[in-house]
Ligand binder design. Structure first.
Ligand code: NAD
Length: 489
């Protein structure tokens, strides 16, 4: 067993311990061994980080030109690129995802930084065609100090979805990773220093959501919080942020549907749908966890889906043969087991998987599918966040759309059809933040990502992601002529 990594937080450009001196351990979920130890901060540590961020924001960062902000983001991308392998291995070690999945995430994270490096000086205000004797224009100004709260399923990528646009817009940040997976966000924060980002612009504080996260949300000097997490957490954050009228972006849970029409390319639909529910061991907010297949091809789809799912290899994330790595925590593994038991009690038909991989010290679960699921079942309504597919049937187009929309969530959907009209009608009729046609893709850095309904609001990625870290200021300049005044003598 190798010695655990010892990491410090980053506050005001310095590596620091928590003021209490406390630390907590981070596990490798594939081995059950300690992988790292990080400081356990509390609300006072957050206060110090927020003060540093405020000083940096007011002091110099907001006056750095957009071009120069883009340049430092570009330098950060190059530094990450030079250490991509180390970051991918760290991501695998504390999250449990397979190494190729982690390598893909790091690659996409570099691309995300590059995207915002390039976008920083292209995010423009507008000149507004008002009265002819007025120059009306808008400015995009940074929101200020931002709390960035990250979940454990994509610890590095989601940190950068927030950090990239926040820095490009000119904000200063306090980053708070999830307690199960704080390592790569801390490593990235330390790289930000190396990239030449001034002290205090990027701070990273580790500790529980109930104290550290909560303090970021309630702190009167934090202007905005962007959080990715469970819907129940998002509700708490919204409630608590109301007190200081903080801006909030909420990227929350999902129960996203895939609709497979009878005219779809079934081979592609099966493989892509398996990928969309089992990648990252199903711990994906927009996993296509509800799969509705049109009656005529239901049995055929199900047979192929089950046969191919049974061939997926679950195991050591560093073994190139593994398709699916570890579940990130014991807590999450128990949640998956609970839902698989519940599905069986509710009358869903377990057709493949449904058990842990017992031969290992880590947390592994076989890819699992339920057939004959309908939306009244809790396994179809609640987010399981694991490798569990719920497969059901639909009749005609309207029935399919109704079933896809019958959910409290609205994050994403995929439609499988060879008919162009069906595809575009469905894109219009499904209430979700993103609809994908005939593909296993989840997202691109260039286009917006986010939810409707209980999946939250606000958008990340693309130019829309940048919008979320700016305030729009209107400026009106008189070019002469009469102006409204009181009619005094
Ligand atoms: P979580 O809600 O438990 O925690 C998310 C983050 O919020 C963590 O850093 C946590 O410490 C912090 N936190 C918890 N309580 C808090 C509070 N009261 N105030 C402030 N911060 C608090 O979520 P998780 O288990 O880490 O992540 C999984 C969830 O995230 C799933 O529901 C998944 O769907 C969702 N998710 C959504 C997206 C998206 O873009 N919509 C992406 C990934 C994950």
């Amino acid at each position: 067993m190798t010695e655990p990594l010892v990491l410090d937080m980053l506050v005001d450009g310095r590596k620091v311990e928590a003021r209490s001196g406390e630390r907590f351990d981070v596990l490798n979920p594939a081995t059950g061994e300690d992988y790292a130890t990080v400081p356990k901060a509390d609300a006072e540590d957050v206060d110090v980080a927020v003060e540093a961020a405020r000083r940096a924001f007011e002091g110099s960062w907001r006056d750095v030109s957009a071009t120069d902000r883009g340049a430092v983001l570009g330098r950060l991308a190059r530094l990450l690129e030079a250490r991509a392998d180390e970051f991918a291995r760290a991501e695998t070690a504390h999250n449990g995802k397979t190494l190729p999945e982690a390598e893909f995430d790091v690659h996409e994270t570099i691309a995300c930084l590059d995207y915002y490096a390039g976008a920083a000086n292209k995010h423009m205000g507008e000149q507004i065609p008002g009265p002819t004797n007025f120059l009306l224009y808008t400015r995009r100004e940074p929101v200020g100090v931002c709390g960035l709260i990250v979940p454990w399923n994509f610890p590095l990528a989601i940190a950068v979805w927030k950090l990239g646009p926040a820095l490009a817009a000119g904000c200063a940040v306090v980053l708070k990773p999830a307690s199960d997976t704080p390592v790569t966000a801390l490593m990235l924060a330390h790289l930000a220093e190396e990239a030449g980002i001034p002290p205090g612009v990027v701070n990273c504080v580790t500790g529980p959501g109930s104290t550290v996260g909560r303090r970021l949300v309630t702190h009167p000097d934090v202007d905005k919080v962007s959080i990715t997490g469970e819907t129940v957490t998002g509700k708490d954050v919204m409630r608590e942020a109301a007190e200081t009228l903080k801006r909030v972006t909420l990227e929350l849970g999902g129960k996203s549907p895939a609709l497979v029409f009878a005219d779809a390319d079934l081979d592609q639909a099966v493989d892509a749908t398996m990928f969309q529910i089992y990648a990252n061991a199903g711990q994906v907010c927009d996993a296509r966890s509800r799969i509705f297949v049109q009656e005529r091809v239901y049995d055929d789809f199900l047979r192929r889906f089950v046969e191919r799912t049974a061939r997926l290899k679950v195991g050591d994330p560093l073994d190139p043969e593994s398709h699916i790595g570890a579940i990130t925590s014991a807590r999450q593994l128990e949640r998956i087991e609970h839902y698989v038991e519940l599905g069986q009690k509710e009358g869903a038909r377990l057709v493949v998987g449904g058990e842990r991989v017992e031969a290992s010290a880590g947390y592994f679960y076989r890819p699992t599918a339920f057939a004959d699921v309908d939306n009244s079942m809790r396994v179809a309504r609640e987010e399981i966040f694991g490798p569990v597919a719920c497969i059901g049937r639909f009749g005609d187009y309207d029935d399919g759309i109704a079933k896809a929309n019958d959910t409290p969530y609205g994050l994403a959907a995929t439609v499988w059809t060879s008919d162009l009209s069906t595809a575009h009608r469905a894109a219009n009729d499904i209430r979700a933040g993103g609809v994908w046609i005939n593909t296993s893709e989840f997202l691109f850095n260039e286009s917006p990502f986010g939810g409707m309904k209980a999946s939250g609001y606000g958008r990340e990625l693309g130019v829309h992601g940048l919008d979320g870290y700016t305030e729009v200021k209107n400026v009106g300049v008189s070019l002469g002529g009469e102006m409204p005044t009181f009619a005094l003598e």
